[in-house]
Design a protein around this ligand. Sequence first.
Ligand SMILES: Cc1cc2nc3c(=O)[nH]c(=O)nc-3n(C[C@H](O)[C@H](O)[C@H](O)COP(=O)(O)OP(=O)(O)OC[C@H]3O[C@@H](n4cnc5c(N)ncnc54)[C@H](O)[C@@H]3O)c2cc1C
Length: 568
Amino acid sequence: MIATSYSIFSRFERLRALLITDQPVNPTGPITRKVTVLIVGGGPVGLALAAELGWRGIACVLIEQSDGTIVTPRMNSVNIRTMEFCRRWGIADQVHACPFPQDYPHDVVFVTSLSGYELGRIALPPRTSDKPAPYSPMRRQVCSQMWFDPILQRFARTFAHVDLWYRRRLEHFEAARTGITAEVADLETGQVQRVEADYLVGCDGANSMVRQSLGIGLKGETLGHSLNLFFRAPDLLQKCHKQPGTFFLALDRDGLWANMRIIDPANAVWRLMVLDSAGKQTSETTDRNAIIRRALGLPIDVEWLTASNWTRRSMVAERYSQGRVFLAGDAVHQFSPTGGQGMNTGIGDAVDLGWKLGAVLDGWGGDNLLSSYDAERRPIGIRNVALTTDFYLEHEKFGDPFAAIEDDSPVGTKMRQSVGEALVRGVGRMFRTTGLELGYCYENSPICLSDGTSPNPDNPQDFVSSTRPGSRAPHLWLRKDHSIIDLFGRGFVLLCFDPIAAENSVLEAAAINAHVPVQRITIRDPDAAQLYERRFVLVRPDGHVAWRADNMPADAGSVIEAVRGAAA
Ligand SMILES: Cc1cc2nc3c(=O)[nH]c(=O)nc-3n(C[C@H](O)[C@H](O)[C@H](O)COP(=O)(O)OP(=O)(O)OC[C@H]3O[C@@H](n4cnc5c(N)ncnc54)[C@H](O)[C@@H]3O)c2cc1C
């Protein structure tokens, strides 16, 4: 049972004001456009930032040099936290309804080849038969980037104050203390437009021009060079006598060398990834027929589609921002895809930056709020890159030859059993990532108030729910289809688990005094009270805990100054 009290929500007034200033200026001189936030890059992270800003009523323009068509999709796995953001934006149903069949098992299977021996299987049920987990209203989803990006794009376009400009490229920019001036080329007409912005966000991918222009380097290492080959092969699993599954990893006599993923079952589209081509095999020079023969173990004709070479990196930028310029996504962290966290981490960046930009543009964010973006998100980038690199290094443990692995003999049988178990235990870790996805905490954040408790164990597999400041506020069903996390998003939420004490909420009064949007919600649910650990929990617009205690603070004003980034 919940009761609410509302305070400041001036979003629509602010939006109207922004729309008025967000008009072309100087229409008779050089083409100049004044925008509030200029986003460079229309990959999933730039689109997610446009969506988050749009949802918050912040005007922005996104420029993308391509026409938005995804020729070689990379991402397939939308993690639990990203699905929670999609739920908040109201687009989770669209992800659920993507063309990946609802009843298709997500099993991960280790094989000697697709038609060879099955060494081990991790059963991951299809969407339709899976029970909701206790820790989230959402589940991880399989949804290729070729479907996911257009969902974000359509959602961003629903906001009149969000503009997506395709076939436009950032050529150059200058960042001053008061704003950004950018030159944007229209790749259709060749015309160069001058754009003035309050803030610039580089979501421009691994070779980020924005990051390089600022002289911000990357720290880390290159892990290898991989090759992706896309092909169409109807009824492939039947031809190879395999039970359905989504992801097949191939280990033969020469070790673990490739994986095959079904991207679009309805159209029989697969991706074969050669794990390490040592930088020598390119999509042009490689003998595709030999590779597919080795992967399938049978001479089956496939229709070749697209191909791409890419470099597997384990790198994080030295800084995530400089003045009025911010960076997000692959521009600042480059992952091994093992574990499927690259885009998901980038979407976490977009959500963190989005509410902070909104708060500052709304006038209630303090002078240090935007600098907390680097302080909070860079450690998460470092953490997630390290964990997914570790998953890749598990593959390397199976790089040596397994001479008897395909032998029809007692030695072969024994080897298959022990290698299969070791693969499920070791390489299989990258499919057991609930702790990685939900358990990150903004330790030492300048805008979360430590309560002196010790950090929870940070285990990528097991998620420990917590309201320790900096953590994602935990999920619990308040009633059918209503999670407690559905209460978070627009402003701060002060959860009170003691109805009497809630009446004297000096924290709410201090927030109102500082023009911080806050909603006080009293919850009379003993399970929620136990889960939330303290009588009062202050949750930020991104759903992370900013402060908690059993009593109202003696100096409520300084708590609010800290959480809005206004403390020294
Ligand atoms: C094989 C593979 C599988 C993966 N699987 C997963 C997965 O399952 N889950 C997951 O979370 N991640 C996965 N990833 C990682 C994921 O694909 C990336 O992390 C994600 O695409 C990064 O998104 P982004 O928007 O930051 O960058 P990008 O997707 O690289 O987008 C950057 C955009 O910026 C544009 N751009 C660049 N410069 C300019 C300019 N000057 N002007 C205008 N536009 C510009 C580019 O055209 C591009 O569209 C995978 C990666 C690979 C290689």
